[in-house]
Write a protein that binds this ligand. Structure first.
Ligand SMILES: *Cc1c(COP(=O)(O)O)cnc(C)c1O
Length: 235
């Protein structure tokens, strides 16, 4: 595919996705601009990410530092500075790298990781927006803090100088009704808001379940396939 035809395709995908998000908002009785689209560019080349930014898509997401960091450097070299969202499971030893380019980390799920990100952001002279990833079914192998431990983690992040608590994130557990998953996440959001009333963001919804997430109050949806097309292999 030529660069130009790929760009046209991405533009069409973006338009269609934005319209679908706005329609889901209206269905839910919400303002059509109350949900932020994060285009998840994982497994797709930096040229696609650059094209999306040039088409006006400001928020991009990635789930692996090994891929995200060079992509962020590549775009910066083109003079493009999207808002980068790190959405994947994160090892503490990657905190320093992620804090060098990410604006948001959606997957803060333990105190040791929060401390590492805070120290790294301070060292880089940057601030990070943090979402607490919640394990809705208690299977922490897929990332996320247990619901029972959410409040303690929120309190620790609220005290950190360089990471700012902004809300919660979850992935709907395999085999769960999305509506049930996102209703539980909305309860988790209320818990976090008791610690910090300003932490109102809810990152929920992927290409297969974003309408249910918007109906349950999501403020950010993380869409890969809807915007970029099918991935050749699962990342
Ligand atoms: C890949 C990924 C997405 C996007 O998934 P799609 O099904 O392509 O929309 C969203 N969130 C996370 C955490 C991901 O890893």
């Amino acid at each position: 595919m030529t660069t130009q035809s790929r760009r046209v395709q991405l533009q069409e995908n973006l338009n269609r996705t934005r319209e679908a998000i706005a329609a889901a908002c209206v269905d839910a009785g919400r303002s059509p601009d109350s949900v932020r689209l994060i285009a998840v560019t994982k497994t797709f080349p930096a040229s696609d990410a650059a094209a999306l930014v040039e088409l006006g898509q400001t928020d991009l997401g990635e789930n692996r530092d090994q891929e995200a960091h060079p992509k962020a450097v590549d775009l910066a070299a083109r003079g493009l500075e999207p808002v980068w969202h790190f959405v994947g499971q994160l090892q503490r030893n990657k905190a320093r790298s992620v804090a060098s380019y990410a604006d948001w980390v959606h997957s803060v799920d333990r105190i040791t990781l929060a401390s590492a990100l805070d120290a790294a952001a301070t060292a880089h002279g940057r601030n990070l927006n943090a979402l607490i990833q919640v394990s809705l079914d208690g299977d922490v192998s897929r990332g996320g803090v247990l619901v029972a431990d959410l409040e303690g983690l929120a309190e620790r992040i609220a005290d950190a100088p360089s990471i700012h608590l902004k809300g919660v994130m979850a992935v709907a557990p395999i085999g769960w009704e999305p509506a049930k998953a996102f209703a539980l996440l909305a309860e988790c959001s209320e818990t976090v808001k008791r610690t910090d009333p300003g932490a109102v963001e809810i990152s929920a919804g992927m290409s297969g379940d974003y309408q249910a997430a918007i109906a349950a109050g999501a403020t950010m949806v993380r869409l890969g396939r809807n915007v970029l097309g099918e991935r050749e292999s699962m990342a």
